[in-house]
Design a protein around this ligand. Structure first.
Ligand SMILES: O=C(O)CCC(=O)C(=O)O
Ligand SMILES: [Mn+2]
Length: 233
């Protein structure tokens, strides 16, 4: 597929700074047919690993976003903290495999020679949001974060590497792909709000976000040839 590439889409202000230089946005990366295909794979994954409500470390306060995962590792959060775990916290079963369409997106957009190990599945109902945070529970920040959106649009916010850095926001729509790499890999980011009724893809409304990540640091000699990724898709 020929990706629809737009560099630094919202870099309208110098406040974007260096941290945003690794932000890449691919509006409409998946057309409607591919979105529907991914949704089928996602529903299969969720049948095996149902959405659960994560909780804040220490306080145990519930997130407004519901989550699940696919891949060898999944990101979980509860009173004991944030971490990657090989099993679903409620079913005790391993996470299902990452769908081929997502492995293809990682290969095409990630420019990183190792497989992703985790795909976090976020589901946002109409009132859900995600506060500003960094993705920093991974061991290898050379690996990008590749994320895809399905369903209702959202207002996405991104700043710099320090919490107090200036931020800017833009909309992410169904089928858009985004990469946080290089200077943007540790940028603070979050989701201010969902824009209900902006997509007809999900019968139930709301938004899925699929976030692919490498978690462990690969062995230096263990470069994964692209043919291996192709065979996995
Ligand atoms: O929903 C999104 O677009 C962002 C999700 C996110 O930042 C995360 O899961 O860490
Ligand atoms: Mn994040």
């Amino acid at each position: 597929m020929k990706p629809n590439i737009q560099q630094n889409p919202a870099a309208t202000s110098p406040a974007a700074g260096d941290a945003a230089s690794g932000l890449r946005l691919y509006p409409g990366y998946l057309d409607r047919g591919r979105q529907a295909e991914l949704l089928v794979a996602l529903r299969d994954a969720l049948a095996a690993a149902p959405l659960f409500t994560p909780r804040m470390p220490v306080s145990g306060q519930p997130f407004t976003v519901r989550m699940s995962n696919c891949g060898p590792l999944g990101w979980v959060s509860d009173v004991d903290g944030y971490r990657y775990a090989p099993k679903h916290p409620q079913t005790g079963r391993q996470w299902p495999p990452i769908p081929a369409i997502l492995l293809g997106a990682w290969q095409e957009l990630g420019f990183y020679p190792h497989l992703p190990e985790a795909c976090l599945i976020n589901f946002y109902g109409p009132a859900a949001k995600m506060g500003l945070h960094q993705d920093r529970d991974e061991h290898d920040f050379d690996a990008p974060v590749v994320s895809l959106s399905l369903g209702d649009s959202c207002l996405f916010r991104i700043g710099g590497r320090r919490r107090g850095d200036p931020t800017r926001s833009f909309r992410l729509h169904s089928g858009d792909a985004m990469v946080l790499g290089a200077g943007a890999r540790l940028a603070f980011h979050g989701v201010d709000r969902i824009l209900p009724g902006t997509s007809t893809l999900l019968a139930e409304g709301g938004r899925f976000n699929l976030t692919l990540r490498r978690v462990t640091r690969p062995e230096p000699q263990n470069v994964c040839p692209s043919s291996m990724i192709e065979n996995a898709t």
